[in-house]
Design a protein around this ligand. Sequence first.
Ligand code: ASP
Length: 438
Amino acid sequence: MQVKVIKFGGSSLADAEQFKKVADIIHEDPARRYVVPSAPGKRFKEDTKVTDMLYACFEKAMNGEDFEADFDRIIERYEAIIAGLGLTLDMSKEYDRIKSAFAHRPGRDYAASRGEYLNGIILANYLGFDFIDAASVIFFQDNGSYDSERTNVTLSAILRNHKQAVIPGFYGSMPNGTIKTFSRGGSDITGSIVARAVNADIYENWTDVSGFLMADPRIVDNPKAIETITYRELRELSYMGATVLHEDAIFPVRFAGIPINIKNTNIPTDPGTMIVSSTSDFSSDNVITGIAGKKGLSVINIEKDMMNAEIGFGRKVLSVLEDSNIPFEHLPSGIDTMSVVVNTSCLESKRDKIIREICLKTTPDSVAIEDGLALIAIVGRGMIRSKGTAARVFKSLTNANINVRIVDQGSSELNIIIGVEEHDYENALCAIYNEFVK
Ligand code: ASP
């Protein structure tokens, strides 16, 4: 029999009505045996996620302030769900235990993790599934990194004895037993870890959108959804800011060759997006899979005659950035020019120092920093060895009267990256989308 691991995000479990949709989805397919819930998310735009309420409550407790009223509001969220589902579940002992732990300053991660913990208990009760505390099956090492081997061995062994179970997302435990969370949005990672542990046929990640879209819907009108995307393409798009899934959620399932299906809890019949490891089973009719980009970049331009012949020139420039703890994003270069693209926010007060150090180490003819650059990545396995893609990108930008500042295509041919002025960013994205998709 097939095994599916299903993770539900905060908006899918924000209130009792959403819980009912979740239960319908789970009961519809007996293969959906292992469920990973987030904490209740926003019910409406101005609402606050329970995780954020817990962080705020914890801050008050840490400052010795009265957190009673804040904590009561968190309890109200859960009690409304319990009442709305008609459950006879008494959670008062759980609330008391957490509240008294708060008074003893249990750590920020413990506080945040209680959102998933409580939601997991309620969901397990509602579904009639077993509840497994993530602290007993997801482990971190002393240095704070996730302990994949210990977790995988323990989790596989334990889940073998549970036909159906709910394992709360987002947290695990340290070797000394204290609670540690992944970074925000980390329930996606727990889902992936559980999928690997049971060697699932598929990891379904249910959220409030019907998968990845081919472009940012705030910029392109009604963009199409991506049906199938490879892990590598996804990585390129997420780097540029297309976020639906936590980036680290890819690794456990990718390792095990398990596909991820992003689905919409509110429109379960939509196919969503399939994330797969190999392109061979999923050839693409589209030349491009998606377009993403980001603003807020700066270029450090360095010029020096005969730069190409000077051994160690690039290393010296990059060592200046390394010394200032600045990561670089791209390195488009000419014969006697080198450009380093960095996030403007990383430069902060370090600008003068960087220019000074580059001058000292490389004696260039000129060096200057220019802000206001945006990068756009056009990603697609369909463009590998297909002719004319770059020509179409440039034609669409020329027709839209947009100047291209930077061009970068790796030899993998999986993407073309172009740099434009920030004020051209939205128009450029639309022009490229319309050229390839409409
Ligand atoms: N509840 C946590 C957050 O809001 C983790 C998650 O939802 O995945 O970040």
